[in-house]
Design a protein around this ligand. Structure first.
Ligand code: FAD
Length: 392
C-alpha cells in the first residue's frame, strides 16, 4: 500500500495547485484522478481575470486571448457593449491550465495516479485509507489527510457525512468555427432559462459556444447554435457538445477529521456567473496554509482544520450570499423586465458609471449588485422590494 502525507482526489486546477504548494513545503503528495490523461477538452469557458493569472502565477502560455470588452444581448436583441481600456478577462486554454498545474506539481515530486477513480475513503484515528479503481485493478492508499477536489457531482462528500450538495445548475459547451472577435453574452428565457449563453472567441477562427441553464441545456444549446449559425456568426460545430454541472451554493461543511473539501466540490463558485477557478484557487491557498500548519503540529483533527472553513467563509461568504441573492432575483425576471433593465442601464448611464468605478471588478460582484439595485428606477423595473445588504 502506497503511503503519503496527503492524498488529493481530483486533478483539476484546485487539486493540482494544492498538491504543488504542499509539495513545495516538503510534504509527500499523491493526486488520484479518474481521467486517464490531462489536457483533453473540458466543458469550461476558461474566462478568468488577469488578477487570477498573476496572483497564482498561472503563466502566459495558457492565455489564448485577452478581452477588454464584451457585447451583452438582451432577450429581444438590445445591445449593451461594455468596454474598458485595459484587459478585463483572459480567455485561457482550460485543459492546458490543468495540464500545466499538474506538470508543475509533478516537477515538485507529486505522484499522479491517472485513470484511477476513488470509490471510497475511510477516516480513522491513525490515518486515511483511500480506495480507487484503476484499469480494472484495485488501488489502496494510506495518508495522514485527504483533500477532496473532485469538482461537481462526486458522491464522496456525502459519503463522508458532509451533507448533500445544494442548488446546482448544468451547462453545456462546444467548440465551433467562428470569426467573431469579441466575447458575446446572450440573456433571455428562450436562450438559457435563469442564466445566459456565450460565444467566446479563442483564436481568429475558433470560438466556444455554451450556456448554463436551469432547464434542459441539451435542448437550449443546439437551439443557440442554430440561431448563431443563422446569423452567420458561427459555422456548425464539428464536435459534440459536452455537459457539466456547477454547485451554486457551498456545502454546509467543508472539513472534518483529516479532511478538507476545496473548489467546485465545495461550491466555491461565483453564483452570478458560475466562474469557479479564481474562488477555488483562493480557497486552495487557505487550505494549503491550514494543512501545512496541522501537518507540522501533528494534529489533523477537525478542530485543528476548522480554520480552513472560517478562513474561506470570511473571504468569500458575503460575496457568495449577495451573488446568490442577485441570482434568484435575475431568475424571477421576465424577458420584458430584462429588456427594460438594458434600456435603463444604457439611458441613465449606469453602464458608464460602473465601468469607471474602481471597486467594480471581474471577480467581485457584490459592489456591482449594490450599485444596480441601489438605482431606484432600475430597482423598480426589476421588482426589488428590499435589499438585504448594505455597502461595506
Ligand atoms: C459550462 C461551464 C463553464 C464554465 N466556465 C467557467 C469560466 O469561464 N471561468 C471560471 O472561472 N469557471 C468556469 N466554470 C467553473 C469551473 O470550471 C470550475 O469552477 C472549476 O473547474 C473547478 O475546479 P476544481 O479543480 O475544483 O474541479 P474540476 O475542475 O471539476 O476538477 C475535478 C477533477 O476531479 C476528478 N474527479 C472527480 N471525481 C473523482 C473521483 N471519484 N476519483 C478521481 N477523480 C475524480 C475529475 O475528473 C476532475 O478532473 C465553468 C463551468 C461550467 C460547467
Amino acid at each position: 500500500m502506497k503511503s503519503y502525507d496527503v492524498i488529493i482526489v481530483g486533478a483539476g486546477p484546485v487539486g493540482s495547485y494544492i498538491a504543488s504548494q504542499l509539495a513545495e513545503k516538503g510534504h509527500s503528495l499523491a493526486v488520484v484522478e479518474q481521467k486517464a490523461a490531462l489536457g483533453e477538452k473540458i466543458c469550461c469557458a476558461g474566462i478568468i481575470s488577469p488578477r487570477c493569472v498573476d496572483s497564482f502565477a498561472l503563466g502566459e502560455d495558457i492565455i489564448l486571448r485577452r478581452a477588454n470588452s464584451a457585447k451583452l444581448f438582451s432577450p429581444s436583441g438590445r445591445l449593451l457593449r461594455v468596454w474598458r481600456p485595459e484587459t478585463q478577462a483572459c480567455i485561457i486554454d482550460r485543459a492546458g491550465l490543468d495540464a500545466s498545474l499538474a506538470k508543475q506539481a509533478q516537477g515538485r515530486g507529486v505522484d499522479y495516479w491517472l485513470g484511477s477513480l476513488v470509490s471510497s475513503i475511510s477516516i480513522g484515528d491513525d490515518g486515511v485509507r483511500v480506495e480507487a479503481v484503476g484499469q480494472g485493478e484495485r488501488l489502496d492508499f494510506k495518508a495522514r489527510a485527504v483533500v477532496i477536489a473532485t469538482g461537481f457531482g462526486s458522491s464522496l462528500t456525502q459519503q463522508l457525512g458532509l451533507g448533500k450538495a445544494g442548488d446546482s445548475v448544468m451547462g453545456g459547451q462546444v467548440e465551433v468555427m467562428s470569426g467573431v472577435e469579441e466575447v458575446e453574452v446572450y440573456f433571455g428565457r428562450e436562450v438559457a432559462p435563469g442564466f445566459f449563453g456565450w460565444l467566446v472567441p479563442t483564436s481568429p477562427d475558433k470560438a466556444l459556444v455554451g450556456l448554463l441553464s436551469r432547464r434542459r441545456p441539451e435542448f437550449y444549446l443546439p437551439k443557440l447554435l442554430s440561431s448563431l449559425e443563422a446569423e452567420g456568426k458561427i459555422a456548425s460545430a464539428g464536435t459534440k457538445p459536452s455537459y457539466r454541472g456547477i454547485l451554486l451554493k457551498p456545502l454546509a461543511k467543508t472539513y472534518g477529521d483529516r479532511l478538507l473539501v476545496v473548489g467546485g466540490a465545495a461550491g466555491q463558485v461565483k453564483p452570478t456567473t458560475g466562474g469557479g477557478i479564481y474562488y477555488g484557487l483562493l480557497c486552495a491557498d487557505i487550505a494549503v496554509a491550514i494543512l501545512h500548519q496541522a501537518l507540522g503540529r501533528g494534529d489533523l483533527s477537525a478542530r485543528s482544520l476548522a480554520g480552513y472553513e472560517r478562513g474561506w467563509r470570511r473571504r468569500l461568504g458575503r460575496e457568495l450570499r449577495m451573488g446568490y441573492w442577485a441570482r434568484k432575483l435575475y431568475e424571477h425576471m421576465s424577458d420584458a423586465q430584462i429588456d427594460r433593465a438594458f434600456d435603463i442601464i444604457k439611458s441613465s448611464g449606469i453602464d458608464d458609471a460602473l465601468l469607471k468605478a474602481e471597486e467594480v471588478s471581474f471577480d467581485w460582484h457584490g459592489e456591482v449588485i449594490l450599485r444596480l439595485v441601489g438605482h431606484q428606477l432600475l430597482a423598480r423595473a426589476i421588482g426589488v422590494v428590499k435589499i438585504p445588504f448594505r455597502s461595506k
